[in-house]
Design a protein around this ligand. Structure first.
Ligand code: NAD
Ligand code: DAU
Length: 339
């Protein structure tokens, strides 16, 4: 079994590769990644020499390169994590989001059609459903919730989802889609909420909370998401969408206060800054379908997951300090300098 994992040098893709190499020791895993600002080859250093692992630096929009890789590797399964993934960056510059997230998905699926695969899996997001109001805690996203996007990022992911379903209906491509809530854990790029707050706390820097910090996200430990995708690509029904989430809703401000407390830092570091444009209020996944059909349940409680995550950032300072000392510093100045 050969699996091409795109975007495997990023946060969830790398965790998925580690999971698959552990869970299926006889599989060959080929990681295809463009190494954008969010891709970090050092993340994959510990597996680079494994005989059943190969890394290829490639853009999923590069049709010729992608076809050549399929000719060399004859993959059985393709799991597409490659994406521009940060909402704030999509508000600043939407174009690359449309290129990678939509057109890149098309190139990958064209390759799958041309060379034949048993499964194309699209890693999507709960953000395609838009948001839920704070005063309706009884509402959750199901797979039947209409697509209703807010940001250029979520619009690009929703467009890709529609294209994936169209390739299934029109060409019979054997696809599945997972729509997961917010992940956290090791190797999370330090511009997203949890790693940013951990890094800033450790550097005694202000903790920039958008708006009033009342927005709610549904947090899932990354390993639980990886297990869900593993189940879907093996046992999920072709043509189906599966929501993935652990019923762990938290307000942003409560997460930030918890991180301060865990790291022994004062809450006076918290700084309320201008809100994100079009900021989604609340995400909340109903994971009944994946539970009933595939027996999936989250294994890591938030209390344990956040402990493990903070410990990982304490033990792996080199990994994130290298990132925030580079090009990322310019991004940070631009985004937060006058906020
Ligand atoms: P990430 O930004 O950490 O990683 C993205 C990876 O894709 C990077 O390694 C980057 O180099 C690579 N990449 C970007 N453009 C590429 C291109 N054109 N060709 C090849 N590689 C390219 O993202 P992440 O948080 O790991 O998210 C992975 C996927 O999961 C995305 O599709 C995202 O939409 C989805 N998702 C993320 C979350 C979350 O909480 N982070 C939740 C649900 C779904
Ligand atoms: O729900 C799944 C999505 O989760 C994924 O599809 C995206 O790829 C992923 O980036 C994530 O999107 P969010 O926008 O929810 O994540 P982010 O970490 O950027 O922000 C989480 C919340 O924290 C959000 O309400 C905005 C807020 N925030 C974020 C940052 C970076 C702050 O208040 N301050 C910050 O500095």
């Amino acid at each position: 079994m050969t699996i091409i994992v795109t975007g495997g040098a990023g946060f969830i893709g790398s965790n998925f590769i580690f999971h698959m190499l552990d869970a299926h020791t006889d599989y060959r895993i080929v990681c295809l990644d463009k190494l954008t600002y969010a891709g970090n080859l050092s993340t994959l250093a510990s597996i680079m020499d494994k005989p059943n692992f190969r890394f290829v630096k490639l853009d999923i929009c590069d049709r010729e390169g992608v076809y050549k890789l399929f000719e060399e590797e004859h993959p059985d399964i393709v799991v597409n994590f490659a994406a521009e993934s940060h909402v704030d960056r999509s508000i600043e510059n939407p174009e690359v989001f449309l290129q990678t997230n939509i057109l890149g998905t098309q190139v990958l699926m064209d390759a799958c059609r041309k060379y034949g695969i048993t499964r194309y899996h699209q890693v999507s997001t709960d953000e395609v459903y838009g948001d839920l109001p704070l005063d309706r805690p009884d509402l959750f996203f199901t797979e039947e919730t209409p697509i209703h996007t807010s940001s250029p990022y979520s619009a690009s992911k929703a467009s890709a989802d529609l294209l994936v379903l169209a390739y299934h209906r029109t060409y019979g491509l054997p696809v599945t889609i997972s729509r997961c809530s917010n992940n956290y854990g090791p190797y999370h790029f330090p511009e997203k909420l949890i790693p940013l707050m951990i890094a800033n706390c450790l550097n005694d820097k202000p903790l920039p909370v958008y708006g009033k910090g009342e927005n709610v996200r549904d947090w899932l430990y990354v390993e639980d998401h990886c297990r869900a995708i593993d189940l879907i690509i093996h046992n999920g029904r072709v043509g189906e969408v599966y929501n993935v989430g652990g019923h762990n809703e938290m307000k942003n401000i409560d997460i930030v206060k918890l991180i301060c407390q865990k790291l022994g830092k004062p809450e006076s570091l918290i700084t309320y800054v201008t809100d994100r444009k079009g900021h989604d209020m609340r995400y909340a996944i109903d994971p009944t379908k994946i539970h009933n059909e595939l027996g999936w349940l989250p294994e890591t409680k938030f209390a344990d997951g956040i402990e493990k995550t903070i410990k990982w950032y304490l033990d792996n300072r080199d990994w994130w300090e290298t990132i925030i000392s580079g090009e990322y510093r310019e991004y940070y100045e631009k985004m937060y300098g006058n906020r």
